[in-house]
Write a protein that binds this ligand. Structure first.
Ligand code: DON
Length: 568
């Protein structure tokens, strides 16, 4: 064979091996891997997750390692001082979910954020020590690992310890972020944080977290008790006592993660499994998709006024139900069957009209604006070589949570108490309103929007998906699913596609800036929709995995942040 013929043969093989029938030329794929994949918010966390699996671990081992790595390298949202939700699908097809959401401390009470006139005290539920719920993350990863993990616990905790101790370089995003919060760190802490800058953080500067490394060592050596008892618990309570905070040693010792039944529904022949209360994610997603199903979106077209209108009107209705009915199922009874009944959902869309915007019941409209303060959470998706999948969303709520770091323990505490309804009908930082179902009570979990989701088709795993974004989480997951199922996009393309959001109240549709056609926006305005474009720089950061028809995995890492897909 001549050199030229050999060259042509190699070229032929390269071109055609990349062009299997499922990767039609117009689909611009993300990272594709044969065996396993992690898509997380930071390259170091994705790498740690994938290394654990290369070393014989499964998706649950990788979950613990990735979650702890995020707590080190992505402190704005990755955490051990917060909580989250995990939805899993085993290779056998069995599905389930774990709730490691924070809880109100025992000393919490219904009106704890109101003044003597019964008005909400600004910021009390969202910044500082009073905003902190009893953290759930360490209990969550320990429970998941205990039930399903393969590697020894110490082995999955160790990589995070090493990064905390040996340091990691700041990405551009991370350095900008830390610079923005210097004042808040100084205001809420009376000591120098590992994130306190001498002057200003630059890309590539190294962050060392010795106290966090010690806390992680206690978690490595004592498991859950390394956080909820002994020195770490004492340091948390000492931090509380410094500022009259509410969390006690007993609150910590009593914290348990809960295995929950998932919300399961079918959409156009795909089986969707998502998170049940205390997250509103699964129920709202099911309502959205079932209200959408009768409409032939593909025929109507992607991002056409008609399609966008159907989606907005479904969102309006789902978020109205969220406010009224959803809360912690251990405290309130949730009419799940009624909310998901086909006849109910058909009835809900009966007054939908293409000619004009619907109207949200006007309770608070105009008395507040959606906050522009940035908020954070993080989602990671994992599939292992055995075919197990986990979908995990975890959070401190806002960027760096309450901004309070536990002195001597090196981690931020959440400000999740703001997800409760501090007063019926008064919006929280996401503009979400709630009523009795989500009022504060001792030991109760605050309602979440986190929507870790899995999709199967014909008995096989099809997709793993989720995102941060506060109230926009549910609508971002919804749009990503429609992008793939109705509009046949690949995973990366579906993740990259611009997003919009409506949440009943305020009665405004938010669009990612400069990403939608002027024609679409003006048509919607002419029908009476109130549009807000450009107030929020991005909506969501979806990290997802799609199983391609040939069994390989496509990672969709959201370019709206440092999200990274890694596979092997
Ligand atoms: O649980 C919730 O719904 C919120 N605490 C999530 C916060 C969030 O996603 C902020 N992120 N961008």
């Amino acid at each position: 064979m001549s050199k030229n013929t050999l060259g042509l043969l190699i070229l032929f093989l390269v071109v055609f091996s990349c062009k299997s029938p499922e990767s039609a030329p117009e689909i611009q794929r993300g990272v594709v891997a044969q065996n396993a994949m992690v898509v997380a918010a930071h390259p170091i966390a994705s790498k740690i997750g994938i290394e654990v699996m290369k070393n014989g671990g499964n998706a649950f081992d990788a979950m613990a390692a990735t979650e702890l790595a995020l707590a080190v390298v992505y402190p704005r949202a990755g955490n051990i001082g917060g909580g989250g939700f995990m939805v899993y699908r085993l290779a056998s097809g069995e599905t389930g979910s774990l709730d490691y959401r924070e809880k109100a401390p025992n000393a919490a009470h219904r009106d704890m954020y109101l003044d003597e006139n019964g008005e909400v005290i600004p910021d009390k539920s969202s910044v500082g020590i009073f905003s902190v719920g009893v953290p759930g993350t360490v209990a969550g990863i320990a429970a998941a690992h205990k039930k399903f993990g393969k590697l020894p616990w110490a082995e999955v905790v160790q990589p995070a310890i090493e990064v905390a101790r040996n340091g990691y370089p700041l990405t551009e995003n991370a350095s900008k972020n830390l610079n923005r919060f210097q004042e808040a760190f100084a205001q809420h802490n009376d000591f120098r944080l590992p994130f306190t800058a001498d002057s200003i953080w630059q890309t590539g500067d190294t962050i060392y977290q010795a106290n966090l490394a010690e806390t992680l060592e206690r978690i490595r050596d004592q498991g859950k008790a390394g956080f909820y008892e002994g020195k770490t618990a004492e340091l948390i309570v000492a931090e509380m006592q410094k500022h009259n905070g509410l969390i006690s040693l007993e609150d910590l010792k009593n914290y348990e993660a809960q295995w929950r039944k998932t919300i399961d529904f079918e959409y156009r022949g795909y089986q969707i499994t998502s998170m049940a209360p205390p997250s509103s994610g699964g129920i709202c997603l099911a309502q959205l998709m079932k209200m959408t199903e009768p409409f032939d979106l593909k025929k109507m077209g992607h991002h056409t006024p008609e399609t966008v209108q159907v989606m907005i009107e479904a969102e309006r209705r789902a978020y109205a139900d969220r406010a009224q009915y959803l809360g912690d199922p251990d405290f309130v009874s949730i009419p799940t069957d009624s909310l998901l009944a086909p006849a109910y959902l058909t009835r809900r869309m009966q007054d939908f009209n293409y000619n004009r915007a619907g109207k949200s019941t006007d309770i608070q409209s105009g008395t507040f604006a959606l906050t522009n303060e940035s908020t954070e959470t993080t989602h990671y998706s994992i599939v292992d070589a055995e075919g197990n999948a986990v979908s995990i969303t975890t959070t401190l709520n806002s960027y760096f949570g309450s901004k309070v770091m536990v002195a001597g323990a090196g981690f931020f505490l959440n400000n999740e108490m703001d997800d409760f309804s501090a007063k019926p009908g008064v919006p929280n930082q996401f503009g979400l309103v709630g009523y009795e179902a989500n009022s504060i009570a001792p030991g109760k979990r605050m309602l979440s929007s986190m929507t870790p989701t899995l999709v199967s088709k014909d008995g096989k795993l099809f997709m793993v998906v989720g995102t941060p974004g506060g109230s926009t989480i549910i609508t971002s997951v919804y749009q990503t699913l429609l992008n793939v199922i109705d509009f046949q996009m690949g995973m990366q393309e579906a993740v990259n596609t611009p997003r919009f959001h409506h949440q009943w109240l305020p009665d405004i549709v938010r669009f990612e800036p400069e990403a939608f056609s002027a024609g679409l926006i003006s048509t919607l305005k002419s029908k009476g929709y109130l549009i807000e474009e450009g107030n929020a720089p991005v909506i969501g950061q979806v990290n997802a995995i799609l199983v391609l028809p040939n069994g390989t995995l496509e990672g969709g890492a959201d370019p709206r942040g440092d999200n990274t897909a890694m596979g092997y």
